[in-house]
Design a protein around this ligand. Structure first.
Ligand code: 2BA
Length: 109
């Protein structure tokens, strides 16, 4: 069994959660925040049988899109004339960031 941790954009999370239910993949959905953009995203925790890992990854791939997001650059710490100027920067986010980890024990009491 593997622990699949998938960080996805909020816009994709409902459709993906529906797909997990339809395909018998158990998941826990957490509200999370990206460290860089400081914007909300969604983290799914899934305990997945080894034989279903590929199917799980394929579902995530099919349902998560890459999007471009605009953020303001942090002000520069270089004390030049333009030092406190910020400007819009485009950042590509997603589709999904995924970690697949081995599970030592899976217990339910
Ligand atoms: P954020 O940390 O808010 O990052 C959003 C997007 O900003 C990233 O998209 C990436 O394109 C860009 N980015 C992040 N850190 C950057 C940096 N230091 N310099 C320049 N650009 C940077 P994704 O790579 O698709 O990541 C989407 C979200 O997945 C991240 O949101 C974060 O919540 C999570 N994530 C990504 N890589 C991770 C990692 N190695 N460990 C834990 N969480 C990760």
């Amino acid at each position: 069994m593997k622990l699949v941790v998938a960080i996805v954009q909020n816009q994709d999370s409902k459709r993906l959660a529906d797909e997990f239910v339809e395909n018998g993949i158990r998941a826990t959905k957490l509200s999370s925040t990206g460290g860089f953009l400081r914007a909300g995203n969604t983290t799914f925790l899934m305990g997945v049988e080894d034989r279903k890992v590929d199917e799980t990854l394929e579902l995530i791939k099919e349902n998560c899109s890459t999007r471009s997001q605009t953020m303001m650059s942090p002000p520069s710490y270089d004390f030049t004339l333009e030092s406190d100027l910020t400007y819009p920067v485009n950042v590509e986010v997603g589709g999904a960031t995924i970690f697949v980890l081995p599970i030592d024990q899976f217990l339910q009491f």
